[in-house]
Design a protein around this ligand. Structure first.
Ligand code: AMP
Ligand code: ZN
Length: 504
């Protein structure tokens, strides 16, 4: 076994990794909020968790990995109701063809919407080789299945004086009762200004003891998703589900690893720690906190208004590159950069990944033919596997690991049995062998052409804005037509013109 080290967000430094129990890792990842299709940024974060799991398995650990699905109506502790937003988005998704008409018969029914997106998420996740989704679906719990556990923990927090019922009946966690609040994110109570503890509504503030107190249970009889409780019929706050599912399913008060996207560090993970440690009395909820950085698209932060928001199925089904993209290619593209660097998703990068994955597949095919599919037993001290795993042992240095695999995969091996054995071990971590039929490999030349057409269309956008400023409307119309003919939808906003690839 290598000496493994990870960057622990809890201590802000690289630390040697030691599991609590020998050879077992208990790990929790925050999963998707199922009020829309997951985008490729979400999948970057989830696939990082998958890569980590697969690597630890290669090192010989038994990894018990749990990832939740947030399917509760109100998913923040403010007045924002994501399920109302979901109804709007469902209509937009149907209009753009991302969700087939007739898929959800009542877009105002949060249960139907959550169910639809849960299935869509699992479907995409399986295609992307996310092991937990296709091998361990029982380790992907829904929040709505754990309401009783949440109520139990809330009851315990009230009994421990970590939570209280405010005058309006809402149950809040008292951040002042937990001196370590802020240890993960640095947002200690002194630093937090009024209201910084989450998206909290102004009228709620007066009911709280401290502005950063966060909601655990909200009585609300009018909401569609509601459950009876000792504090009235209502629904849970967003953070409590993870504390409850991690403890219940991983069976420990303190777990080894907790992962999520970097935006979850605060308030979500800070609040998870406060709840879990408040309920169990332990110092630590997770020993190692690993956070993945963001995905950018063509150098810009991915956002709907920029028109650069892609779901995994947009990529698979050729709505980003015009030709279909094999899920293994998208997987490779999303895992190939170190998890703590912002990854810039580009069509060019996707094309390069296609070339690499294709090369790896050709290699496998050649080895299978020459060895008649029989792989030799290889031990992990083989130089290629050693170098590969040593790179990953260093805070999951995937770039270093790929620098070993790619040259090896492009050379011809005289012992195909042994090489096939090595290939299988490498693939158990990278998972680039297609588990999906019916997808063609993307051609990198096509992608380069498409990249050029995007750049050209962006240039026309700038010219269009200039023409509008100069009130040259005939030129603006001509440019708009040109952009449309090149396969882009044009949107005019106050900030300027944006484009989006026309959906099929
Ligand atoms: P959500 O479904 O919004 O709860 O997000 C699911 C996961 O995706 C969380 O771990 C987020 O931190 C992560 N995430 C959201 N946007 C991005 C992005 N652009 N790049 C990487 N991860 C993201
Ligand atoms: Zn969580």
């Amino acid at each position: 076994m290598n000496n493994i080290q990870f960057y622990n967000s809890l201590t802000n430094r690289l630390e040697p990794f030691h599991s609590i129990e020998p050879n077992v890792v208990r790990m929790y990842s925050c999963g998707p909020t199922v009020y829309d299709l997951a985008h490729i940024g979400n999948f970057r974060s989830f696939l990082f968790g998958d890569l980590l799991r697969r690597y630890l398995e290669m090192e010989g650990y038994h990894v018990d990995h749990v990832m939740n699905i947030t399917d509760v109506g109100h998913m923040t502790d403010g007045e924002e109701d994501k399920m109302n937003l979901a109804a709007e988005r469902m209509k937009a998704n149907k209009k753009s063809g991302r969700v087939p008409e007739g898929a959800v018969t009542n877009p105002d029914d949060p249960y139907q919407i959550a169910q639809y997106y849960t299935n869509a998420f699992l479907d995409d996740a399986r295609k992307l080789g996310y092991k937990i989704a296709f091998e361990y679906p029982e380790r992907v719990p829904r929040a709505t299945e754990h309401i009783a556990g949440m109520q139990e923990m809330i009851g315990k927090l009230i009994a421990n004086d970590h939570a209280y019922v405010a005058e309006d009946g809402v149950v809040y966690f008292s951040v002042e009762s937990f001196p370590n609040y802020g240890q993960l994110s640095g947002n200690t109570l002194e630093k937090l200004q009024s209201g910084a503890g989450g998206r909290v509504s102004v009228e709620n503030q007066s009911q709280k003891r401290h502005p950063s107190d966060f909601m655990l249970w909200k009585p609300d009889n009018h909401h569609i998703m509601k459950w009876d409780s000792p504090w009235g019929t209502g629904y849970p706050g967003w953070h409590i589900e993870c504390s409850v599912m991690a403890k219940k399913l991983l069976g420990r008060d303190t777990i080894d690893i907790h992962t999520g996207g970097e935006d979850l560090k605060f308030p979500h993970h800070e609040c998870e720690i406060a709840q879990s440690c408040g309920a169990t009395g332990k110092d630590r909820f997770a020993n190692y906190w690993l956070h993945a950085s963001f995905l950018f698209v063509e150098g810009e932060k991915m956002s709907k208004s920029q028109g650069n928001f892609f779901t995994a199925r947009d990529v698979f089904e050729g709505r980003v590159t015009q030709s279909n993209v094999h899920p293994a290619v998208l997987r490779f593209e999303l895992i190939k950069a170190h998890y703590r660097t912002n990854l810039n998703f580009t069509r060019k990068g996707l094309g390069d990944s296609a070339t690499t994955v294709r090369r790896l597949m050709e290699m496998r095919q050649d080895l299978e033919e020459r060895s008649a599919g029989e792989a030799a037993q290889v031990d992990l001290s083989h130089p290629v596997l050693k170098e590969f795993s040593q790179a990953l042992a260093d805070d999951l240095n995937i770039a270093g690991a790929l620098a070993v695999v790619i040259p090896w995969a492009t050379s011809r091996h005289s012992n195909p049995h042994e090489a096939l054995g090595i290939w299988k071990v490498l693939n158990s971590v990278l998972s680039v062998a297609p588990i999906n039929e019916g997808y063609e490999f993307l051609d990198s030349e096509t992608v380069s052409e498409e990249s050029e057409s995007l750049m050209q269309a962006q240039q026309w956008c700038a010219e269009l804005d200039e023409a509008r400023r100069e009130k040259n409307f005939s030129l603006a119309d001509e440019l708009r037509t040109r952009i449309k003919d090149a396969g882009f939808e044009v949107r005019t906003t106050k900030e300027g013109t944006t484009i989006q690839k026309t959906l099929a």
